[in-house]
Design a protein around this ligand. Sequence first.
Ligand SMILES: [Zn+2]
Length: 92
Amino acid sequence: MTSNISQAYPYASETEAERAAAVAATVAGHAGLDVTIAGESSPLGSSPLDPGERRWTYHHGGCGGTLHVAGYARDQHAVYVVCDRCGKTALR
Ligand SMILES: [Zn+2]
């Protein structure tokens, strides 16, 4: 990634530590969301990352929040993401 892209899309990636904190805060703010995530995805722990490694984030156009990677989709080869504003989950 070049610095120009970073500046144009400031929410395009985050460190593993930032991702974990964002998902934890989102789960804490939405009742039952931890159960939903656990039921629909596999933890990222099966493929541990260095804490400084970067993860993609995605803009959620529906609410203006940011979608953070929360795990891997169980049935599809996709990444499972959760929105830090509305708590909606999706596949990427
Ligand atoms: Zn949202």
